[in-house]
Ligand binder design. Structure first.
Ligand code: F6P
Length: 331
C-alpha cells in the first residue's frame, strides 16, 4: 500500500494521540501517505479527511484525548453509511485503514472489511474489555487517575471516620474496578462479571463492613464498576442507600469518578504499547494485510484475524480475583 488512513473511534482513551504520532512516523518511514479521519467513523461518512504530516503530530505524543476527534457513530451501522465511508476513502486514494478503538469500533471495521476495505485494528479503550488482548491502550492511565482519586478520598474519609462508595468506569468489564480497588486497598469491590454469575447481594457488603468495624476499622472503601446494577442510572447512590438502610449509624459519602478517568497525559506504559502496536499495524497495512487486529499477549505484540478476535469473550483476570480474596478484599 502507498496510502493509508487512520481513525480513532468510540470513547477516547489516553494514548490515542500516541497512536496517531506513531502511525504518521511509521507511514513516513515506509514512504506511504497517511490521512487522518476526523471525528471517528462519522468523519469518514461526512468526508472529513485530511492528509497528515509531521506538523500535525508535533507535541501530541503526551497529550490526552484524541487530536483527530472521535464519536459514537450510529450511521456506521447502516449500509448507506458504510458505502459512503468506502466511497470517501477511495476518492482520497486511501487503500487501507488503521482503526484505534474498542469493541464497537472493531465491529465497524469488520463491516468495512466485508466491503473490501483492508483494515487493521489497534485496541484503545480504558475499559480494557477486549477478550483477545491482555491490554488496551488507555487502561493504565485511567487506573492511575482513579487510584490517585481513591487515595485522596481515603485521606478525607479516614479523617472523618466515614465510609466511601466510589464508582469507576467499566460498562461491562470490571478490570478498572478490580485493579484500582485492589491497589487502592478497598474493603469491597463490586464488578459486573460477578453479578452476571450470582445476583448482587447487599447483605454480603454489609457483612464485610460490619466485620471490618469489629476489627477496629472506622473508615471503609467500597469500589464499584459502573456495570454493576447498570440498569439503574444512579447505581452508586442506590448502593449507598442500601448500605445506609442496614447500617444507619454510618457516615457514608458517594463519589462517582466519571470522565476524569478518560483524560490526562498517557502513562509511559500506554505510550509504549501505543507505539509498539501501531508500528505493527502500519507494517501490516504496508504489506497488504486486511481484517486483522493487533494486541498484547504476555507482554509481546501479536496479531490475529478480526473475526476471531471479536469472538473471544473477555473474562476477569482470575489470578487478580484470587489475590484480592487472599488479601481479605471481598468481591
Ligand atoms: O470508553 C468506555 C467508557 O468510558 C465506558 O466505561 C463508559 O460507560 C462509556 O465509555 C461512557 O461513554 P460516553 O462518554 O459516550 O458517555
Amino acid at each position: 500500500m502507498k496510502s493509508i488512513g487512520i481513525v480513532t473511534s468510540g470513547g477516547d482513551a489516553p494514548g490515542m494521540n500516541a497512536v496517531m504520532w506513531a502511525a504518521v512516523k511509521a507511514a513516513r518511514f515506509r514512504n506511504m501517505k497517511i490521512y487522518g479521519v476526523m471525528n471517528g467513523y462519522q468523519g469518514l461518512i461526512d468526508n472529513e479527511i485530511v492528509e497528515l504530516n509531521d506538523r500535525n503530530i508535533e507535541g501530541i505524543i503526551d497529550r490526552g484525548g484524541t487530536r483527530l476527534g472521535t464519536a459514537r457513530c450510529a450511521a456506521m451501522m447502516t449500509e448507506e453509511g458504510q458505502h459512503a465511508a468506502v466511497r470517501n476513502m477511495y476518492d482520497h486514494g486511501i487503500e487501507g485503514l488503521l482503526v484505534a478503538g474498542g469493541d464497537g469500533s472493531f465491529r465497524g471495521a469488520r463491516d468495512l472489511a466485508r466491503l473490501g476495505v483492508p483494515v487493521v485494528c489497534v485496541p484503545a479503550t480504558i475499559d480494557n474489555d477486549l477478550g483477545y488482548t491482555d491490554y488496551c491502550i488507555g487502561f493504565d492511565t485511567a487506573c492511575n487517575t482513579a487510584v490517585d482519586a481513591i487515595s485522596k478520598i481515603r485521606d478525607t474519609m479516614m479523617s472523618h471516620n466515614r465510609v466511601a462508595v466510589v464508582e469507576v468506569m467499566g460498562r461491562h468489564c470490571g478490570d478498572i474496578a478490580l485493579t484500582v480497588g485492589m491497589v487502592g486497598g478497598a474493603d469491597y469491590i463490586l464488578v459486573p462479571e460477578v453479578e452476571y454469575d450470582k445476583p448482587f447481594d447487599i447483605d454480603n457488603v454489609v457483612d464485610r463492613l460490619t466485620k471490618n468495624r469489629e476489627y477496629g476499622n472506622k473508615s471503609a472503601m467500597v469500589v464499584l464498576a459502573e456495570g454493576v446494577m447498570y440498569e439503574h442510572k444512579n447505581r452508586a447512590e442506590l448502593l449507598g442507600q442500601m448500605i445506609l438502610e442496614r447500617m444507619p449509624q454510618l457516615d457514608l459519602k458517594v463519589n462517582i469518578l466519571g470522565h476524569v478517568q478518560r483524560g490526562g497525559c498517557p502513562s509511559a506504559r500506554d505510550r509504549r504499547y501505543a507505539l509498539q502496536m501501531t508500528e505493527r499495524a502500519v507494517q501490516m497495512l504496508h504489506h497488504g494485510d486486511t481484517g486483522r487486529v493487533v494486541g498484547i499477549k504476555d507482554s509481546a505484540v501479536i496479531d490475529m484475524p478480526l473475526d476471531e478476535a471479536l469472538a473471544i469473550k473477555k473474562v476477569l483476570n482470575e489470578s487478580f480475583f484470587r489475590l484480592a480474596h487472599a488479601l481479605g478484599q471481598a468481591i
